[in-house]
Design a protein around this ligand. Structure first.
Ligand SMILES: [Zn+2]
Length: 254
């Protein structure tokens, strides 16, 4: 059994940023685990609000459990950090100042789970979110030599949502996720409190009202930060994610 661990900062990151990849991995028989640092307590409440602020963590935990089921029976656990609310002028915040404690936490988790590969946020935190950058750095610091580290939403010319692309991470693998796109849509629909936000932002940029499925990326990528010493994980991804497209195929067909 191939075991993959995905480390994210907030509920919904797993679906929006790599839901198709996770669904493909699960469909191929990998044992996929998501570890989420917070319950997204600082996020949106929904439009109109679906709960009180004090209840949002509990509601988003349930949304996340629904989403990972929709992606294909993926496991999820939480690290119990609290997600701070968005500050004035939409200023975003990380969920802890204690980097060493977070790294130790991740290190212990990885030692216990013993995944073959870890997938996490990119080095630019996608759109620069400090909680995503923090999660990336802590995962990097926590990685043992015999586990490969990959990051999602790398940069490539045909990236469907350039705002979410990590400018400093090149794509090593680009995936056409259309075979599992309906699972990704179902997972995104589970994140009921956050849906209005995804759709509002993208609709504003598009200049028309979009649906959830129009907002979600149908192509996803991975950047390889470090291959394990035995180099098993590249072969693992290639076999699990077949049929997959190499960078060249996607860029020339786009
Ligand atoms: Zn996030």
């Amino acid at each position: 059994m191939n075991r993959i661990l995905v480390v994210v900062a907030h509920p919904d990151d797993e679906t929006i940023l790599c839901g198709g990849t996770l669904a493909l991995l699960a469909r191929a028989g990998a044992e996929v685990h998501v570890l989420c640092a917070t319950r997204g307590e600082g996020g949106e409440l929904g439009e109109p609000p679906l709960c009180e602020r004090t209840d949002l963590g509990r509601v988003r935990e349930q949304e996340m459990r629904c989403a990972v089921q929709a992606l294909g029976g993926i496991n999820v656990e939480f690290l119990d950090y609290t997600d701070p609310t968005v500050g004035e002028n939409e200023v975003l915040h990380p969920y802890t100042d204690d980097f060493d404690q977070l790294t130790t936490c991740l290190c212990d988790y990885i030692q216990q789970l013993r995944p073959e590969a870890v997938i996490t946020h990119g080095s630019n935190g996608e759109y620069g979110h400090p909680a995503h950058v923090l999660t990336h750095r802590a995962a990097l610091a926590a990685m043992p030599d015999d586990v490969s580290l990959y990051t999602f939403s790398p940069s490539f010319s045909a990236h469907p949502r350039p705002r979410l692309a990590n400018a400093d991470d090149s794509a090593d693998l680009i995936l056409d996720i259309s075979p599992v796109f309906e699972k990704k849509v179902a997972a995104a629909q589970c994140h009921r409190t956050q849906n209005a936000l995804f759709v509002r932002r993208s609709s504003k940029r598009a200049g028309r009202q979009l649906s959830i499925s129009e907002v979600l990326m149908k192509v996803e990528g991975l950047h390889r930060v470090s291959a394990s010493t035995n180099n098993l994980s590249d072969q693992l991804f290639e076999s699990l994610l077949a049929p997959w497209k190499r960078l060249h195929d996607v860029e020339t067909s786009a």
